[in-house]
Unconditional design. Structure first.
Length: 311
């Protein structure tokens, strides 16, 4: 099992290195065609891996991976709204956004790996923690559904940024794609590194919701980690593909609130009424499909009303 873990991590690092060193060696604006190509690549890679899970671990593990991947991918798409707001707030040039997302995602893989290890250890030693996770997800899902969407970002309130600025001098602007520069033999962090801190800390907050959600699907740390990894890896490419059409997913947040509530209930009743993975997959896929279709219908009607009002 250790060999499989090491092999998987090495494989992912190789793909990330190819992405950064070969395809994005020089800063440039990511085109929609390029981002769609990479998005398709990561999705296909996840599906190929899913087939490998089927032959290596069996039918149930393959379904668990796919269900977890769907949940994590959906939550990631919702998180893209916040990343878009962060880049807009800091006025980050498009050609530098890829580097921030790349290193932000690399950091996210490390932090999520640690959180998954902690969660698995807690569940293995304290079974009742599942009920705590379940109640937390139910509350989170309900709050997500009834509260107004808050897409504002307040970097000045970010505790990580405030601590870093006290310890390290920061320049007021960008210096190409550099995170650190030297001025009069003194090292400074650039504004781009502050953006990275905000993106990274924001993802940690996101992980607090997403990690318990996937533990409702499976307790296998390998399935939890790999489904998280594949969802995150495609996030960077997906951002550039969807940045201009985020409004299409208007009802996605509502769908996610139902999904989080559902998986929370699944956790709470696990010892009394265990919900089969096939049912979980059907519920998650159905809710996502309904929310996307409803969003598309809404946008079509909105455009029709705009055309009528302008004519």
């Amino acid at each position: 099992m250790t060999i499989i873990w090491i092999g998987f991590i090495v494989l992912i690092l190789i793909f990330l290195a190819i992405d950064l060193i070969i395809f994005n060696r020089r800063p440039h604006e990511i085109t929609i065609k390029e981002s769609l190509g990479w998005s398709l690549f990561w999705i296909l890679l996840a599906l190929v891996f899913n087939v490998g899970v089927y032959f290596w671990y069996g039918h149930d593990s393959a379904l668990q991976f796919f269900t977890g991947y769907l949940i994590e991918k959906s939550l990631s798409v919702d998180n893209l709204f916040v990343f878009l707001m962060i880049f807009s707030y800091f006025k980050v040039p498009s050609k530098y956004q890829h580097k921030v997302l790349f290193w932000g995602i690399l950091g996210a893989l490390i932090f999520r790996g640690l959180m998954i290890a902690l969660g698995a250890a807690l569940i293995a030693n304290f079974h009742w923690i599942l009920y705590v996770f379940g109640v937390f997800l139910i509350i989170t899902g309900i709050k997500m559904g009834i509260e107004k969407e808050n897409r504002e970002v307040h970097p000045e309130r970010n505790i990580f940024v405030r601590i870093f600025k006290r310890l390290f001098p920061v320049t007021a602007g960008y210096h190409e794609e550099k995170f650190f520069i030297k001025i009069n033999k003194k090292r400074y962090a650039t504004l781009l590194f502050i953006v990275l801190i905000v993106v990274e800390s924001t993802d940690i907050v996101f992980a607090i919701d997403s990690i318990p959600a996937i533990f409702a699907i499976t307790h296998d740390p390998f399935i939890v980690f790999t489904s998280n990894v594949f969802a995150i890896l495609g996030l960077r490419s997906l951002y550039f593909a969807l940045a201009g059409i985020m409004e299409i997913f208007y009802y996605l947040r509502h769908g996610l609130s139902v999904i989080l509530t559902f998986v929370g209930i699944k956790m709470v009743v696990i010892d009394v009424f265990p919900i089969p993975i096939t049912v979980s997959l059907a519920v998650v896929a159905s809710i996502l499909s309904i929310s996307i279709i409803a969003s598309i219908i809404r946008n079509k009607r909105k455009k029709q009303l705009e055309i009528k009002s302008s004519s």
